[in-house]
Design a protein. Structure first.
Length: 231
């Protein structure tokens, strides 16, 4: 089974959804064999590389809320994250452009270092680091066992930019307008941070259906050596 997951590191529900998927797979027999591919989806391709506003101010302006209402909603999302075991600190996140972090993820996946995905989410929502900062990204990549000189070369150029854009184009073709978005085996979909139990149930059902469909059925057939009759 392969699960493609469109996501952005600045999306709180993406981190929650990624954690719930991890928990669901841990409860499924053979879940450790499921292939996960992180797909890029920029919530704001035009976001600045520098922090230009607080989370509360940005949230209030975007959703036409008072600062008090914005703070309440941010805290509600943070509680949701904490209920999944994440030290969720949404209110103090430092919002910046995520394009380079998405490019770095492409490189890391190519090298088999998928652990960088959780580390980047943690860097943003728990440590409140700037994901546009190349020093921050290089440090995280090094912690994942990636060669820092190669990482520097990736970040200083435009490598994997086309791959990120290709993911976003694919999202448009699938009609994806929000993340997280799950595409399972290229045909089953789930949108949003689904509860762990629902993800588990859906994945187990798909696994059973795929196994049943793959079952070989023998019937009467003819070949070069003659015809065979199955009893």
């Amino acid at each position: 089974m392969k699960i493609e997951l469109w996501s952005d590191y600045a999306c709180p529900f993406c981190y929650i959804g990624e954690k719930r998927l991890e928990k669901a797979l841990a409860e499924i027999d053979g879940g450790d064999k499921v292939e996960i591919e992180f797909k890029s989806f920029e919530l704001d391709p035009y976001a600045s590389r520098e922090v230009v506003s607080s989370t509360v101010d940005r949230f209030a302006a975007k959703y036409h809320l008072s600062k008090e209402e914005a703070a309440e909603r941010i805290e509600a999302i943070s509680r949701m994250g904490r209920s999944e075991g994440i030290d969720f600190r949404y209110v103090s996140t430092r919002y910046t452009n995520t394009f380079d972090s998405l490019r770095l993820t492409k490189y890391a996946q190519e090298k088999g270092k998928t652990g960088i995905i959780t580390k980047l989410f943690d860097a943003y929502f728990t440590k409140n680091l700037k994901l546009s900062d190349h020093d921050v990204l290089t440090q995280i990549a090094g912690e994942c066992g990636l060669d820092k000189d190669e990482v520097t070369a990736v970040l200083s150029g435009d490598r994997y930019a086309d791959e990120v854009r290709a993911d976003e184009q694919e999202a448009m073709e699938h009609g994806i307008h929000g993340v997280p978005y799950f595409l399972i085996n290229g045909k089953y979909t789930a949108s949003g941070a689904q509860p762990t139990a629902m993800l588990k149930e859906a994945i187990e059902k798909i696994l059973a259906e795929e196994k049943s469909a793959a079952t070989s059925l023998d019937g009467m057939a003819c070949g070069a050596d003659g015809c065979h009759f199955v009893q």
